[in-house]
Design a binder for this molecule. Structure first.
Ligand SMILES: Nc1ncnc2c1ncn2[C@@H]1O[C@H](COP(=O)(O)OP(=O)(O)OP(=O)(O)O)[C@@H](O)[C@H]1O
Ligand SMILES: [Mg+2]
Length: 382
């Protein structure tokens, strides 16, 4: 992973996402507004069109009727003109004016009809264009909904993934720190224990030479005895350190005998009562799982030794068909679990991580002055 990728800040991403969502939501409501406006105008134009259509029909009827009257007036005028001797002057003038009046009326009606038809065509054109706008706005609103769904769903998930990755990265760094801490502890142990003893052995063996030449064989023999005790202690110490690093017996003997050996050792070193109860049929499990279980018990027991001032430390292991259950209890002083652990405390955190990897569950109960119990259940995968 590149350094640039490591610096992604999920909060920043969240901020950008929220702003984008706000902007898109705003656009969506504007599009809804446009769509609503267009729809209202569309309905208004429709009403107008209906009215104009009605007017066109009426004007056509009116034109027909006027045409009829004009025709009669023309016939009358033709009749009067033909036999003008038979008619009075006023009759002739009336017939002429009548024919003229209907002719003018008809031309006005034709003009109105033309205008109405033009208006109708124009309205139909506008309605068509508006309909297109309404449809486009609706499809745009639909697309924006899809975008919003992505922004609220899938993209948020990506943000969660980034956040998750960041947490994992932080946890990784803590593990590295814990490993460094562990190395420091081991080197300190070797330095204070076996290395110190070896240095002493070296000095004493040089002294032995001097004693032999100056004081004789007996004195030298006593010194050799002391030296032997020192080397034996040193060897014991080296073995313990090696054992703490990696209980080799686990591979050869399996879980319960290794735990038994380990707990006897703890009992001897701490002077506390340490009990092991194994229930059910123990069998071999994948190495990774056996090591994890051993480490979980080791951490819980060493916490009890280090922090609890307990008299009794009890370890129960139960094997069933589907689960391995671990129960580690002490009768010590307990601790306040609501208080955050010290910054250099990694034991419990590591336990939780191990249990999570094994898809199990871990519960810790502690009450001041009543001791602490750790309950772990791990599913057995076939
Ligand atoms: N059995 C217990 N009795 C009393 N206090 C406990 C017990 N187990 C844990 N604690 C308290 O919880 C703290 C956190 O334990 P944890 O194992 O995480 O860290 P640690 O033992 O202090 O350091 P590390 O395990 O990294 O060497 C301890 O410092 C101690 O105060
Ligand atoms: Mg611890």
């Amino acid at each position: 992973m590149s350094a640039a990728k490591l610096t992604i800040d999920p909060h920043l991403l969240d901020g950008i996402l929220n702003k984008t969502i706000d902007t898109v939501t705003e656009s969506q409501s504007q599009i809804f507004e446009i769509s609503e406006h267009s729809r209202q105008e569309f309905q208004q134009l429709h009403r107008e069109l209906e009215l104009v259509k009605q007017q066109v029909i009426e004007v056509i009827y009116k034109a027909d009727r006027t045409e009829e009257s004009a025709k009669l007036a023309r016939t009358r005028l033709a009749e009067v003109s033909k036999h003008f001797q038979k008619y009075s002057e006023s009759d002739i003038r009336d017939a002429y004016e009548n024919a003229n009046k209907y002719q003018i009326e008809l031309s006005i009606i034709r003009q109105t009809e033309k205008q109405l038809r033009e208006k109708r065509d124009e309205l139909e054109r506008r309605i068509l264009a508006l309909n297109e706008t309404v449809q486009k706005a609706e499809s745009l609103a639909g697309q924006i909904s899809v975008v919003l769904n992505y922004l609220n769903g899938d993209l948020r998930k990506i943000n969660e993934l980034v956040q998750d990755a960041k947490q994992k990265q932080e946890f990784g760094l803590q593990i590295i720190e814990a490993q460094e801490e562990e190395r420091k502890r081991v080197s300190r142990e070797i330095h204070d224990g076996p290395a110190q003893l070896m240095a002493n052995v070296l000095i004493r063996s040089e002294l032995l030479e001097k004693i032999y030449t100056e004081k004789g064989t007996d004195a030298a023999r006593a010194e050799i005895k002391d030296l032997r005790v020192m080397v034996r202690d040193s060897l014991k110490e080296v073995r313990r350190i090696i054992y703490d690093l990696r209980p080799m017996a686990l591979d050869d003997l399996g879980l319960v005998p290794t735990l038994d050996k380990y707990l006897r050792n703890v009992k001897e070193r701490s002077g506390k009562t340490v009990e092991l109860h194994a229930l059910g049929q123990s069998r071999r499990f994948p190495t990774k799982m056996e090591i994890a279980i051993f480490r979980l018990i080791q951490e819980s027991v060493s916490n009890a030794v280090k922090h609890s001032d307990a008299n009794l430390i009890e370890v129960k292991l139960e094997f069933t068909q589907k689960f391995i259950s671990l129960y580690i209890r002490d009768d010590g002083k307990g601790f306040d679990m609501s208080k955050p652990a010290k910054s250099n405390s990694f034991g419990m955190m590591g336990m939780r991580e191990r249990v999570e990897l094994l898809e199990g569950t871990l519960k810790v109960k502690s009450r001041l002055n009543y001791g602490t119990s750790v309950y772990i259940q791990i599913p057995i995968q076939d």
